[in-house]
Design a protein around this ligand. Structure first.
Ligand SMILES: Nc1ncnc2c1ncn2[C@@H]1O[C@H](COP(=O)(O)OP(=O)(O)OP(=O)(O)O)[C@@H](O)[C@H]1O
Length: 326
């Protein structure tokens, strides 16, 4: 297995709201190896985008309580001041493709200039060299070279999304965080972008964190899966194990809700709603919706290691698993 590129321990992020303090990221920990893709799955509102924002330090004004440890290639990131983080970590260490970012391209600037911008503005490259590098990255993500001179409105949604991906990759970051990169696109276009990501991963050895609620698309790229529920990680496993033998009842319900080819029974929706993050239950957060709940679920379960690469936060596994930290 690859050596650790990103190590996250006990990550927390709060929002201050009128109703009180809401912990959107609650004690989250994981490791991503070099050239490895971690898929973060979970329902809307479980804290996936907040996790991305916490890693990238792109925090709204009402955010607070950024805690825990984040190490990138062995370097502790939280002690860095904002200026050092922006200069030395953003773009070359960690790059982010935000939700709906294909609509955030500047309409009056040619796409090639925008893709080259991180090199010019952050790394001080001169224009010609930056554009030449942008052309290489265009090729890598499957954009025709002459699109460099086009404006965003001249590109389809899928092509604009590839351009945004090219911008994230242009400074050759160690790891790219993709927040719902294909959710606004049709299935074929999604598949094309997933293939481009696979190619980048194989050719450049870039690490990825892919945030999505789309189980089917994510399985294309995933080496590891982290499943979030109400701000917490409830399962962390290698992709083959997660997709074939998930351990958490929520993960099992999620997999049963995905339509499959040649399946007799209909996909089953998960009844109920996640708890409010303003006042989460003290015990297992999934208990109210869990078909397998029992008395112990009134206490918050720790993560139990079921296999070397599978950790599940559920009391059902206290016999077969070793207590560990997800
Ligand atoms: N700036 C903010 N202020 C207050 N609450 C916020 C803020 N941003 C997000 N939240 C809340 O934090 C929780 C986690 O939101 P987040 O956007 O991280 O979830 P998500 O899993 O990415 O959802 P989605 O898939 O819908 O984007 C939600 O309850 C959301 O309403």
């Amino acid at each position: 297995m690859c050596d650790a590129l990103l190590e996250v321990e006990g990550l927390t992020l709060d929002y201050h709201t009128r109703g009180g303090v809401m912990r959107a990221v609650d004690d989250v920990g994981f490791t991503v190896g070099r050239g490895e893709a971690l898929v973060v799955l979970g329902e809307s509102g479980c804290g996936k985008s907040s996790l991305a924002r916490a890693l990238m330090r792109l925090l709204p004004r009402n955010a607070g309580g950024l805690g825990g440890r984040v190490r990138l290639a062995g370097r502790e990131l939280h002690p860095l001041d904002d200026e050092t983080f922006r200069r030395e970590v953003q773009w070359q260490g960690l790059a982010l493709v935000m939700q709906a970012s294909m609509n955030a391209l500047n309409p009056v600037v040619k796409v090639g200039e925008q893709v080259a911008e991180p090199l010019r503005v952050h790394l001080g490259w001169e224009r010609r060299r930056a554009l030449a590098r942008a052309a290489e990255v265009f090729e890598l993500v499957g954009l025709p070279g002459d699109f460099l001179r086009r404006y965003p409105f001249e590109l389809s949604g899928g092509m604009r999304q590839r351009a945004v991906l090219a911008m994230a990759l242009v400074a050759e970051p160690d790891l790219v965080i993709l927040d719902e990169p294909t959710s606004a696109l049709d299935v074929l276009t999604q598949a094309g972008i997933m293939n481009a990501l696979k190619r980048v991963k194989a050719e450049l050895g870039t690490g990825f964190i892919l945030i999505t609620h789309d189980v089917a698309t994510s399985s294309e790229l995933a080496d590891q899966v982290a499943l979030m529920y109400a701000g917490q990680l409830v399962e962390m496993a290698d992709a083959a194990t997660f997709f074939s033998a998930p351990g958490h009842p929520y993960a099992q319900a999620l997999m049963a809700s995905v339509p499959k080819l040649r399946q007799r029974e209909r996909p089953r929706a998960i009844p109920g709603e996640p708890p409010s993050l303003l006042d989460p239950p003290v015990g297992c957060r999934f208990a109210a919706r869990c078909p397998r709940r029992f008395a112990d679920c009134a206490r918050l379960p720790p993560a139990f290691a079921l296999a070397p690469r599978q950790e599940v936060r559920c009391w059902l596994h206290q016999q077969d698993g070793m207590e560990d930290g997800v």
